[in-house]
Design a protein around this ligand. Sequence first.
Ligand SMILES: [Zn+2]
Length: 143
Amino acid sequence: MNVENLLGRLDKVRQTGPGRWVARCPAHEDKTPSLSIRETDEGQLLIHCFTGCSASNVIAAVGLEFADLYPERPTALKNPERRPFPASDVLRALSHEIAVVAAAGEFILEGRAFSPDDHARLRLAVERIETGLQLSGGESHGR
Ligand SMILES: [Zn+2]
């Protein structure tokens, strides 16, 4: 999903900077725009309601899914034959996938339904984290 798809579902959208917007929060009675939206360099959408609605509530309120927030993107972990990885690449990829798992946990804790796409995205995140752990841990890569 691109950010326009999300912005198109929100009211009173106003751009506040490069990759940053505010809008009315769809998850509560919002008189003044209290929802901030940020698109990261990796294409991940970060959503924050200043009155405390969770990202999963906001997403559900506009009919989107967990997987819509976390586009699949090429990462260093996709090509495990290219070794060794710079530690910074592994950490960046891991932190992205960990964010996916953390958001999934939030959805599950709130009892929201997971679509097949959501399941696939979560499984991909788990696989990438496992790969990252292997790359950063115990195994020596021919040294
Ligand atoms: Zn809200």
